[in-house]
Write a protein that binds this ligand. Structure first.
Ligand code: HEC
Length: 438
């Protein structure tokens, strides 16, 4: 029996190898878009965050696209936002490589990770300061929320040392206009709100046991939307997240990935869902209709509405890349000629980049165990290249090493060696580099 299946297996391998030699196997494209941003100062300029190829940009309303990855060392980009205040300024959140900022419309990027004790970044929110001249940047990572004013070099944690552990798939947060007490965190174990009194997180009544995967607060209408996973659809609050109305029918069995509100008419709302494409509401979320004509990929992840013409909508999907609607979502066209390079993963791109040539470093042997799961944005630290990379920014490494050692074979002595190594390494390599991000 065993011998037979081995033999069969061998024949299969030969057959597959022959097939591969004659015709390349057709794999489905992996054109995975996590987020889309339209520049409010120049709405023909659009950015898209991809899962493994960095960032895409179009300067002509989505007709043509190019990759904009100069300076980027991590290509798993979860979020991208165009500045509300400053033309040409763009922000990007990467999973492991932390935060990047560009001053030239994304043509080049600078890492801004000082002060971050966690560089697995998943989402960005921009909020105008009270004088309207500057914006505050708020960043969600897998354990903390950080903020800084747009021109400050260093991040501050606003979670007050209190960490949460969040499954990145359910990562969502929202920042309400009135300041810090209004930070909401959606997790796979309920919705939390930052409590101004205890400075900790408190569960939000009505959504305490729901998986909350997306949140959008619309300033104009004051409506706060929370999208769930398989547990009712989109909940609505009209009092800043205190009371939540159970959703109407239609979306209850869906995973709501993103909710976007029409800036001209806030009763018009769109929702991107996993598996059922895009939905539209004409009454502020009370009822929903599916709008998927032409949408050949129903794994919808991202949405963005043109700030000048609300009939123009861009949608990002898991597999088929980007779609555009010119008629308010009634029909969708696939945007072709995206410069995705099939089967090329971020290590291939990174190999071709020039990396600062530091002195050769020799990490302690247990550091190899860290490289089992991921590599480092600093080439000097890599023993092998892996699909995604983490940033070695300056920080107190003890907490990170302890968190990363959970469930691994890394002993406490090894943890100490790794911590000491990373602390001295990042101090030596990053000190004196300075500079305020522009
Ligand atoms: C079992 C696999 C695994 C091992 C071993 C591992 N990591 Fe990670 N690492 C992950 C995953 C998964 C994430 C992303 C989720 C997260 O943030 O926890 C991550 C994220 C990170 C991040 C970015 C998030 C942050 O906290 O800044 C850093 C830095 C990091 N790891 C460092 C390390 C170090 C140092 C070691 C060795 C002590 C290590 N990792 C070992 C799986 C691993």
């Amino acid at each position: 029996m065993f011998g037979q299946s081995l033999f069969f297996g061998f024949c299969m391998m030969v057959a597959l190898a022959e097939q591969a030699a004659s015709e390349p196997p057709k794999t489905k494209p992996y054109h995975f878009i996590h987020a889309i941003a339209i520049d409010p100062h120049a709405p023909k300029t659009i950015y898209a965050a991809t899962d493994n190829q960095g960032l895409l940009k179009s300067g002509d309303g989505g007709r043509s696209w190019h990759l904009i990855n100069r300076g980027l060392k991590n290509y798993l980009v979860y979020d991208v936002k165009a500045s509300l205040t400053t033309p040409g300024r763009v922000y990007a959140a990467t999973w492991g490589g932390g935060f990047y900022q560009s001053a030239d419309g994304g043509e080049s990027w600078k890492e801004v990770n000082d002060g971050l004790g966690n560089t697995a970044a998943g989402a960005i929110r921009l909020r105008l300061a009270s004088d309207m001249a500057k914006e505050k940047v708020v960043l969600l990572t897998s354990t903390d929320v950080y903020e800084r004013m747009e021109d400050e070099p260093v991040w501050r944690s606003i979670t007050g040392g209190l960490r949460f552990w969040n499954n990145p798939q359910f990562q969502s947060f929202e920042v309400l206009p009135d300041g810090l007490s209004n930070v909401f965190m959606g997790t796979d174990h309920g919705l939390y709100k930052k409590d101004p009194e205890s400075a900790g997180w408190v569960k939000v009544n009505g959504l305490a046991d729901k998986k909350v995967a997306s949140m959008t607060y619309d300033k104009k209408s004051g409506i706060f939307y929370a999208g769930t996973v398989n547990s009712g659809g989109i909940f609505i609050s009209r009092d800043g997240g205190v009371h939540w109305n159970p959703p109407g029918p239609g979306l209850e069995k869906l995973w709501i990935r993103m909710i976007t509100v029409d800036a001209f008419d806030p009763s018009i709302v769109y929702a991107a869902t996993s598996g059922a494409g895009i939905f539209k509401s004409r009454n502020g979320g009370d009822s929903w209709e599916q709008t998927v004509k032409g949408l050949t990929d129903l794994e919808a992840r991202a949405l963005a509405i043109d700030p000048l013409d609300a009939n123009i909508i861009f949608a990002g999907t898991h597999g088929a890349g980007l779609f555009k609607s010119m008629d308010g979502g009634r029909s969708w066209d696939l945007l072709t000629h995206l410069p995705f390079e099939e089967n090329k993963r971020q290590q291939d791109f990174l190999e071709s980049q020039t990396v600062r040539q530091g002195a050769k470093v020799s990490p302690p042997p247990p550091f190899k165990k860290c490289n089992k799961c991921h590599g480092w944005t600093d080439k000097n630290l890599n023993q092998k290249t892996t699909y995604w990379r983490v940033a070695a920014n300056e920080r107190d490494w003890k907490a990170t090493v302890a968190r990363m050692s959970e469930g691994t074979e890394i002993s406490s002595e090894e943890q100490e060696m790794i911590t000491a190594f990373l602390e001295s390494y990042t101090k030596k390599n990053l000190s004196g580099r300075g500079g305020t991000p522009r």
